[in-house]
Design a protein around this ligand. Structure first.
Ligand SMILES: [Zn+2]
Length: 119
């Protein structure tokens, strides 16, 4: 797909970044937890990751390289302002480029939660 369209499912479906909701941008193969009460997959609640996107469609508009033609550049090819790259993220090392992913089950009355970690 990437050769054909210039992007693949990873480019458009998710990204590794700290966020609430959405889908985790796993560094390693997904480790979705199942709820012990219902046996169903838990919902992603929050990710805290070592990296923030330095380009692509998740890059905030204000962080894009001003030399890049915004109208002619597809969002998934957006690049960050080089001088701003060092200011992205929280500066914590999680393994090397890993993340902490928190999950919740909103169906069970006690709202169980758990986490996964990868690096
Ligand atoms: Zn549950």
């Amino acid at each position: 797909m990437k050769e054909e369209r210039g992007y693949d499912s990873y480019d458009v479906a998710t990204t590794q970044q700290s966020k609430a909701g959405g889908y985790p941008g796993w560094t390693q193969p997904p480790q979705w937890p199942d709820c012990a009460g219902r046996g169903t997959r838990m919902e992603h609640l929050l990710s805290v990751t070592a990296t923030e996107p330095g380009g692509g469609r998740r890059l905030p508009l204000d962080d894009r390289d001003s030399r890049q033609d915004a109208d002619a550049t597809p969002s998934w090819r957006a690049e960050a302002e080089p001088g701003a790259l060092g200011t992205f993220g929280h500066g914590m090392a999680l393994g090397d480029l890993g993340g902490m992913y928190f999950f919740v089950c909103r169906t069970c009355p006690d709202t169980p939660y758990t986490h996964r970690y990868d690096c």
